[in-house]
Design a binder for this molecule. Structure first.
Ligand code: ATP
Length: 312
């Protein structure tokens, strides 16, 4: 008798931007205590998971050549973790993962984490697992600090390493322009640079997150713009001084405000509406301060199936 092979499943998953990223001191485990507000953006990767005789990972699109396709690929680590969780052999998962990237690699937008979250959702659908979002979130948490958020999507307050999430009310859509840099930045190096800057002096730290939560609830981008803040920005700029020019150019082009996203080097600019975002993007791409620009809006949902058997 022939076994029925389920059709492949495709999952769309968002990038994140941090609207507020307050970094505490390094903990004994080396991680820093965070208080951060994430927003999921319409800049998305697509991950297809299918049954295959030749298991492995393929990566196409934005920055594909710098993404590992071996066991260190975060989507593959997610496949192995889920296989183990449901009692399948993690060394022999007969699946192929095809990643189509639009999220910049090592760009501070959680691209690798997004691929891990998408692989979890895709594989759970492919294998028809009876797992709830909470089960997936527990596995996501072990894969990386940003994985739970991109699984979840929307707008959320993250504490701990950023993995403990509470949804945040965000009225209306916000419009963003993203400036990708020519090369990525290592998240670990940016944290080390922040520790160095703090050992040398006392750079200013972000205050309470409350005003940001109020601005999100009001839905007023002008109020939000006044509060965008990232404690990692000084460290990212110290490692990549050209980002100062990029940040200035976005505001000169008409953005309400700009900030480095996460550990950078992507810069995110908040605009009053979609049309002004398109104008800012056009001017910024002509200014020669970044490799490429994208327009996006948020919040959007987290990782969800768009193809295969389970598509809506
Ligand atoms: P974060 O914002 O979560 O700190 P990031 O967006 O700065 O992360 P990623 O795009 O997640 O950075 O990439 C970080 C590193 O992870 C890359 O240098 C890359 O080699 C590795 N990596 C492993 N798997 C993937 C993947 N599927 N996509 C992108 N990078 C991956």
């Amino acid at each position: 008798m022939l076994a029925v092979v389920p059709p492949p499943v495709t999952v769309r998953v968002p990038a994140k931007v941090n609207l507020h990223l307050a970094v505490g001191d390094a903990r004994s485990d080396g991680f820093h205590e965070l208080s951060t507000v994430f927003q999921a953006l319409s800049l998305t990767d697509e991950v297809t998971v299918g049954v295959a005789d030749t298991p492995g990972v393929e990566v196409h699109g934005e920055g594909a050549s710098s993404v590992p396709t071996g066991p260190s690929n975060l989507a593959w680590r997610a496949v192995r973790a889920l296989a183990e969780h449901v009692g399948r052999d993690p060394d022999e998962p007969k699946v192929r993962v095809v990643i189509r990237k639009a999220i910049p690699v090592a760009g501070g937008m959680a691209g690798g984490s997004a691929n891990a979250a998408a692989a979890l959702v895709g594989l759970a659908a492919l294998w028809r697992l009876e797992l709830g979002r909470d089960d997936l979130a527990a596995i996501a948490m072990r894969l990386g600090s940003d994985v739970p958020f991109v699984l979840h999507g929307g707008t959320a307050l993250g504490t701990g390493r950023g993995e403990r999430l509470v949804p945040v009310l965000s009225r209306h859509s916000f419009h963003w322009v993203l400036a990708f840099d020519r090369r990525g930045l290592s998240t670990a190096q940016v944290y080390q640079e922040l520790d160095r800057l703090r050992a040398d002096g006392d750079p200013p730290r972000l205050g309470s997150v409350e005003p940001m939560l109020e601005a999100l609830a009001s839905g007023d981008p002008r109020q939000l713009a006044l509060l965008l803040g990232n404690d990692l920005q000084a460290a990212a700029v110290s490692l990549r001084p050209g980002l100062r020019r990029t940040l200035r150019a976005g505001v000169s082009a008409g953005a309400l405000a700009g900030a480095v996203s996460g550990s950078g080097p992507t810069c995110a600019f908040l605009c009053p509406d979609h049309d002004s975002a398109v104008e800012v993007a056009t001017e910024l791409s002509g200014a020669g301060v970044c490799r490429t620009v994208r327009v996006a809006h948020g919040p959007v949902p987290g990782a969800r199936v768009i193809g295969g058997d389970d598509s809506p």
